[in-house]
Design a protein around this ligand. Structure first.
Ligand SMILES: *Cc1c(COP(=O)(O)O)cnc(C)c1O
Length: 438
């Protein structure tokens, strides 16, 4: 197996003399024996390089760009600090994410708070920590936030999230900017216009600009330019009514390579289309250049993370299918079951051996839908072999559950041959921590 510069594995992935996969200079066979499996391995170099690439590719074209990491893709304190060191702010979608980000030492001002149904307590919490922006999703939230801010005698900086009615051609479950979506204020129905005017009139809200997010992962560039055009045109129409577009956010949604035969555009290509459309359309419409706010999530952590599993039971159904069961599955990565997501897989302790058969990698959960990878060509596996699934950093550990009461996996960060545990494996004790017996 070869590792090209654009690949689905982290940039430090190598095959060592023993034929083992190594990540960040660490042999994954050693990682598995030290930390156990299933294990999520994050490569620090890939993570830092990706952060720098986002900041660099956007600011070189449009200096007034703020990059926020969309925490829901996966966050923990060690990763939060690392990403903040690279100059990114944070987008959070819950009180929980806000709590973890601020407990990691990130100033509230570097945080944007999103969500289509923020609870009153979550909005209070956001006001308490002084988040940089609250991104208002709907008219209920608009009135509620204005009231809460008034009760404290403060004025909160806000963006309004609009739904521009643009389809980014990704999975229906991850499409968010079309008319029939629970997210955002629809431009097409007049709802967005009314909300902008209400927000401008609200005494304790300070409207800083507009936001949209189309969905994810978006492999095409055109939806961004169509939506930017639509939202800027909308902003121009509302300028005489008092809308000042000081900030403008086209959200995130940038794709990553899950499969070698379907690689995404480079980050620079997304930066090109977004910044050129923004510059051209603001000039055409006579809008002053706003601060551009981008919110990559998946594309920051996705490639940096690799999931490691150990092979257990193998069931061969002659001329039907061979199931190779792994010690993890939908409890640590629900994406294949939820979105029909596809992944590559490698025999991590036998990287130099050619593929010998086509197998289906199943998980250990009591669901027939618990399949991680269908029909993948691998060397003939046996018990104790290690399987690596690349591009697993985003929306896998973040969506992990205790289904079947399996403890959630450990997470390590690797760099220069050193592995640092950044989340310990859960124990059976953890499983009853919140339960009350009497
Ligand atoms: C989920 C989300 C993102 C990030 O999406 P990715 O596909 O992970 O880049 C950005 N902005 C908002 C508002 C989101 O909800």
């Amino acid at each position: 197996m070869s590792f090209e510069s654009i690949d689905v594995f982290p940039v430090t992935a190598r095959v060592n003399g023993a034929g083992h996969l190594s990540l960040g200079g660490c042999d994954v066979v050693d990682l598995a024996s030290q930390f156990g499996t299933p294990l999520y391995v994050f490569d620090e170099n890939t993570l830092r390089l990706t952060c720098r690439e986002f900041v660099g590719e956007f600011t070189v074209r449009y200096p007034d760009t703020k990059t926020l990491y969309a925490s829901k893709a996966y966050i923990n304190p060690a990763l939060a600090r690392l990403i903040h060191e690279e100059g990114l702010g944070f987008d959070v979608v819950s009180g929980g994410e806000l709590a973890v980000v601020t407990a990691s030492g990130i100033p509230g001002g570097d945080v944007y708070f999103h969500g289509n149904n923020k609870a009153p307590q979550e909005l209070e919490m956001a006001l308490d920590v002084g988040v940089g922006r609250i991104v208002i999703d709907n008219t209920y939230e608009l009135g509620l936030l204005d009231q809460l801010a008034r009760a404290r005698g403060v004025s909160q900086d806000v963006l309004l999230r609009v739904s521009p009615g643009v389809d980014p051609h990704t999975h229906a479950h991850t499409t968010t900017g079309i008319l029939d979506s629970k997210f955002g204020l629809a431009v097409d129905t007049g709802e967005a216009e009314r909300a902008v005017l209400d927000a401008i009139a609200a005494p304790n809200l300070n409207v800083v600009g507009l936001h949209f997010h189309l969905g994810s992962p978006i492999f095409e560039l055109e939806p961004y330019s169509i939506a930017i055009d639509a939202v800027l045109t909308f902003a121009r129409r509302l300028a005489p009514k008092g809308l000042e577009l000081r900030e403008f956010s086209p959200g995130g949604g940038f794709a990553i390579g899950y499969m070698r035969d379907r690689l995404p555009p480079a980050i620079g290509a997304y930066a090109d289309v977004i910044t050129s459309t923004l510059k051209q359309r603001t000039a055409d419409l006579g809008i002053e250049d706003p601060t551009l706010v981008i919110e990559p999530g998946r594309s920051v952590v996705g490639r940096a993370g690799v999931a490691l599993y150990t092979v257990g039971a193998i069931k061969d159904i002659p001329s039907v299918r061979k199931y190779v069961s792994l010690d993890g599955g939908m409890g640590d990565n629900i994406r294949p079951a939820l979105y029909d997501s596809q992944y590559e897989a490698a025999a991590a302790n036998r990287m130099l051996e050619p593929a010998a058969e086509t197998v289906t990698l199943a998980g250990k959960y009591c669901e027939s839908g618990d399949v991680l990878v269908r029909d993948v060509d691998l060397p003939r596996l046996s018990q104790g072999d290690l399987v690596a699934i690349p591009a697993a950093g985003a929306y896998a550990p973040a969506m992990a559950s205790n289904y079947n009461l399996n403890p959630r996996p450990a997470v390590v960060l690797v760099k220069d041959g050193e592995a640092r545990l950044i989340r310990r494996r859960e124990t059976y004790q953890d499983l009853v921590l919140a339960d009350v017996l009497e």
